[in-house]
Structures are given as C-alpha cells and as structure tokens.
Design a protein around this ligand. Structure first.
Ligand SMILES: Nc1ncnc2c1ncn2[C@@H]1O[C@H](COP(=O)(O)OP(=O)(O)OP(=O)(O)O)[C@@H](O)[C@H]1O
Ligand SMILES: Cc1cn([C@H]2C[C@H](O)[C@@H](COP(=O)(O)O)O2)c(=O)[nH]c1=O
Length: 214
C-alpha cells in the first residue's frame, strides 16, 4: 500500500496544533498503517534550526524573499529526510503546514506574489503535493484573538505579531486556494468548538481513505 500525505493548513490560531493533538490518537485507534506527525517549518533538526531563525521576533530586518527562501529550504530538507521516506514505507504522513502556507503568507501576506512563491516551491518539492489538505478556515481576527488569549506576548513569533491586514490577506488567499483546488483542499469551519473541528477532520480522512482504516 502506498503512503498518504495529508496536510493541515490555516491562519494563525485556526487550531491546527490543538486539532492534531486530539485527532492523531483517534486515527491511530483505527489505522492499519503507522501515522507520522510532523510540522513545517521544522520536523527534523536542520529545519527546526531554520524555524528558529525565521520566527525569532528579533529578526526584524529579514528580507521578505530571504524569508520565502528559508521556508522553502526548510521544506526541501524535511521532505527529503522525513516525509518521502515515511510515504515510501506506506505510512500516513500528517503535516502541520506545507506549500500552501508559503503561497498564503509569503505570496499574499508579504505581497511577493503567489506565482513567484509557487516557482521556488516547485524547485524545492519537485512537484510533490499532498493528497489531501484540511484547511481550517477561521477569520483572521478570531484566530489572532485566540492567540492573544492563549499565548503570552513573549511567546508570539515574528509572524504572529504582523499587522491584522497581513493576516487578512493570508486568510483571503487560503480561500482562493481552496476554491481553485477543490479536489485536494477540504475546507473545515474552524469557528466552532474544538471537538466539532476534530470530528470534521476525522470524518473527512476516514471517508476519503477507507482502505487505510479498520
Ligand atoms: N475551535 C476552537 N475554539 C476556541 N479556541 C480554540 C479552538 N481551537 C483552538 N483554540 C485555541 O486557540 C489557540 C490557538 O490554537 P492552536 O495553537 O491549536 O492554533 P494553531 O492553528 O496551531 O496556531 P499557530 O498556527 O499560530 O501555531 C489555543 O489557545 C487553543 O486552545
Ligand atoms: C510553513 C510556513 C509557515 N509560515 C508561518 C505561519 C506561522 O505564522 C509560522 C509557523 O508557526 P506555526 O506555529 O507552526 O503555525 O510560520 C509561513 O509564513 N510560511 C510557510 O511556508
């Protein structure tokens, strides 16, 4: 059996981390194969180091194209070292963020342009794409409100503290991506309770990949 590559996407504070924590034990109960949980930027040592560099709020003078390239570099290493080997072993890979994040945050949020950012990511991934993306849709004010409530200012990263208009462009681009790729991106309403969001993600995965679950 071939592996399956599933990503979770959404604006900051959509609830991806919380969903993954509850969803993975539920999936593991039923899964016939191993489930590998990982995240971007990060997931392996080199990419976690790049993550620290990108997200450090002290790096205020990082150029926006440098930022885009660092995300793509972290992605390349993570793909080669962790995602592809796990898929080749037939596992389910559940990854918190992938290329769509770069399109939304660097392409639209930073205004580099989605096509420009897509090009460097094509170079980084050589066309590898998730089979399914669960997009947790939350309006950016709700997401930012959750982060402000749940995290101390010192815990907020360089992207969290961007202006509301930046986060609005990010959410808008995610909606465009979801409308352009309905075969891959499943939009989940993330304004509802965490339990409801987890249930929707669970149902979507089981429905799309019944052969992988008992
Ligand atoms: N459905 C929900 N309703 C209300 N609060 C939620 C919901 N989901 C998550 N939260 C809360 O919102 C905050 C952010 O959640 P979480 O860290 O899971 O989001 P995230 O998408 O991983 O954010 P980021 O991308 O910024 O890391 C946490 O305090 C979490 O408890
Ligand atoms: C992969 C990726 C991420 N980002 C942004 C999105 C978030 O603000 C941070 C990552 O933090 P999280 O707690 O894991 O959500 O980085 C981005 O701008 N571009 C990307 O490609």
């Amino acid at each position: 059996m071939q592996g399956i590559f599933i990503t979770l996407e959404g604006p900051d504070g959509a609830g991806k981390t919380s969903v993954i924590q509850q969803l993975v034990p539920l999936l593991k109960e039923k899964s016939k194969v191993e489930i590998v949980v990982t995240r971007e930027p990060g997931g392996i040592e080199i990419a976690e180091k790049i993550r620290q560099l990108i997200l450090d709020p002290k790096n205020t003078d990082m150029d926006i194209r440098t930022e885009a390239l660092l995300y793509a570099a972290a992605r390349r290493q993570h793909l080669i070292q962790k995602i592809l080997p796990a898929l080749h072993q037939g596992n389910i890979v559940l990854c918190d963020r992938f290329v769509d994040s770069s399109l939304a945050y660097q392409g639209a949020g930073r205004k580099i342009g989605v096509e420009e950012v897509a090009k460097i990511n094509e170079f980084a991934t050589q066309g590898v794409q998730p089979g399914t993306t669960l997009y947790l849709n939350v309006d950016s004010d709700t997401g930012l409100g959750r982060i402000k409530k749940g995290r101390k200012v010192a815990e907020q990263d360089r992207l969290d503290i961007e202006k509301p208009s930046f986060h609005k462009r990010v959410q808008k681009e995610y909606l465009v991506l979801a409308s352009e790729h309905p075969e891959r991106i499943i939009t989940i309403d993330a304004h509802v309770s965490l339990d409801q969001v987890v249930q929707s993600c669970y149902d979507s995965i089981i429905k799309k990949y019944p052969d992988y679950f008992a």
